[in-house]
Design a protein around this ligand. Sequence first.
Ligand SMILES: C[S@@+](CC[C@H](N)C(=O)[O-])C[C@H]1O[C@@H](n2cnc3c(N)ncnc32)[C@H](O)[C@@H]1O
Length: 240
Amino acid sequence: MSQKLDKTPNVISKMFTSLAPRYDLMNDVMTGFTHHHTRKFALELIREKQIDRILDLASGTGDFAFLLNNLLKSETVIIGCDFSRGMLEIACHRLQTIQNVAEKKLAFFCSDINHLPFSDKIFDVCSIIYGLRNVQDPLGVLHEIYRLTKPNGRLVIVESNIPLNPIIRFLLSFYFKKIVPIIASLFASNVQAYDYYFKSVEQFIAPIGLLKLLKKSNWNQVTINRLLFDTVIVYEISKK
Ligand SMILES: C[S@@+](CC[C@H](N)C(=O)[O-])C[C@H]1O[C@@H](n2cnc3c(N)ncnc32)[C@H](O)[C@@H]1O
C-alpha cells in the first residue's frame, strides 16, 4: 500500500483548485463518460422524494447540483458547498449561464464540510458525490450531515471502489497506473493530482468500513448499489 495521503484541508483544497480548469474534461475522458451514468443513478434515488431543501456536499464544479436543479420542482432550494475556490468559481460561472436560476433557488458557497453554518435538521436530502474519500475525518463529516438532515431524511453517497474480483482489480490498477498518467499529461491542469486520485481510492475504507462509520454516526437503513463492475458504489441511507 502506498504512503498515507496528506488530506489536511489546505492541501486538498489547493489541489482541487489546481485541477479545476480541466476537472470536467478529465472526468469525461478518464471515465469514458461513465461518471454521468453513476450520477444519474444517484439522481433517480432522489427523484420521487418530496424535497424542500437539498444540500450537495463537496459539490466541486456543481455537476450534481445542476442535475438536481433540472430534476426538482422550482421551489426546492439546492445548496452546493465546497472549500476549493477554483472548483466553486467554475460552479458559479456555470450558474450565471443558467436562465432560470432565480426561480430554481440554486446557490453555491465556500465551506469546509466538517463544520457547516446551518441549523440542525433542515435538509430533506444530502448528497456527497466522489467527495467523502477526500476528507480527513469521514466520521466527523457523517456526524455533521446527520445533524443537518431532517428525521426521515436521506443521504446519498457515491464513491469509487476497488472491487474484490482480482481480474477487475488488476485491470483497474493497470488503467490508473499506466494509462491515466498519459491521459492526464494530455488533458489535465495538474498531472500529479491524478496519482493522488487512485491512491485515495485504494486507501479509502472498503464498503464494510463505511457501513461501520454510518452506524457509528447513527445512520440506518443503508442500501448498497454496486455499479460498473463494482468500481463505483452508490449508498442510499436514511435517518429514522
Ligand atoms: C472528486 S471532487 C468531486 C466533486 C463533485 N462532487 C463531483 O461529483 O464532481 C471532490 C471535491 O471535494 C471537495 N472537498 C474535499 N474535502 C472537502 C472538505 N473538507 N470540505 C469541502 N469540500 C471538500 C474538493 O474541493 C473537491 O471539489
